[in-house]
Design a protein around this ligand. Structure first.
Ligand SMILES: Nc1ncnc2c1ncn2[C@@H]1O[C@H](COP(=O)(O)OP(=O)(O)O)[C@@H](O)[C@H]1O
Ligand SMILES: CC(C)(COP(=O)(O)O)[C@@H](O)C(=O)NCCC(=O)O
Ligand SMILES: [K+]
Length: 244
């Protein structure tokens, strides 16, 4: 069996791919004591590990040590590429693109084979557009929800608030409402801008992934939610694609 890992800056997502059978999947917070605990009992069957990572060097070293303590299977890191399966990266130096973005785009491209947008609402929010010919039109990197909450709490002395997940965009009448509604307002503004871009660039499908994806759907983004989109692209790359 092949172990696929998507190591983000907040959470580690994994999938044990078995050809022709349903995969075993899991997610854990980066830094958790035993992020791959659910794999107990499967390690003897792991013949290879493939990792798409944007995590820090120290997180990578912890992951490498953890994998080394459980399996002798080869571990291969899969970084962004210039092209694959007709998808073509717009970056001059593809090594600078987050591997999650590349594999999410590959997952979307394999699904639709036409023009599409990918939104990954993770630690950061990434948006990427791909044309009908598989050419990466380009994308955007924005601060994610926790980043924005943290910056308001840390960088502004007098902003104290309890955050909640109510997606209200009405004008706030307390610090908590102004912050929470402000963050929803900003997410809604991203949705509105995306909708404009979808028609401007003639993009058909919208693939949405990431731990905060529900916010964009809740604020009106018509999209296909694919929780494991990065893992799908990684799997396609290493020959253990999921049946659609
Ligand atoms: N158990 C959780 N722990 C941390 N963040 C979570 C959790 N569940 C949902 N989230 C949300 O998911 C976001 C991280 O999404 P994720 O796609 O895992 O990010 P990344 O790919 O950058 O690691 C966080 O900003 C947070 O709001
Ligand atoms: C923008 C990201 C931090 C998003 O990662 P995530 O939020 O999933 O942890 C990651 O794609 C990254 O490290 N990118 C490198 C810069 C670039 O893609 O141009
Ligand atoms: K991600």
């Amino acid at each position: 069996m092949i172990l696929l890992i998507d190591a983000g800056n907040t959470r580690l997502k994994w999938r044990l791919a078995m050809s022709g059978a349903a995969a075993v999947e899991g997610v854990s917070v980066i830094g958790a004591p035993e992020p791959l605990k659910e794999l107990e009992g499967y390690w003897a069957h792991v013949s290879g590990v493939f990792v798409s990572s944007v995590a820090s060097r120290s997180a990578k070293e912890r992951l490498d040590a953890l994998l080394g303590s459980h399996t002798v299977a080869p571990v291969q890191y899969c970084w962004s590429e210039s092209a694959r399966m007709g998808l073509v990266n717009s970056y001059k130096d593809v090594s600078l693109m987050g591997a999650d973005r590349w594999h999410a785009m590959l997952g979307g491209w394999v699904r639709c084979g036409a023009a599409f947008a990918v939104i990954d609402a993770g630690s950061a929010v990434t948006v990427d557009y791909v044309g009908p010919d598989g050419g990466h039109i380009g994308g955007y990197i924005l601060p994610g929800l926790q980043m924005m909450r943290r910056s308001l709490k840390v960088d502004a002395a007098r902003i104290g608030f309890e955050h909640h997940d109510v997606l209200s965009t009405t004008p706030g009448q307390s610090t908590g409402e102004c912050v929470n509604n402000g963050l929803s307002w900003l997410s809604e503004a991203i949705v509105h801008r995306l909708l404009r871009d979808l028609s401007a660039y003639n993009l058909g499908s919208v693939f949405l992934t990431g731990g905060d994806a529900w916010r964009f759907q809740g604020l009106g983004l018509q999209s296909v939610f694919v929780e494991g989109l990065v893992l799908d692209g990684l799997g396609q790359r290493v020959g253990v694609g999921q049946d659609k």
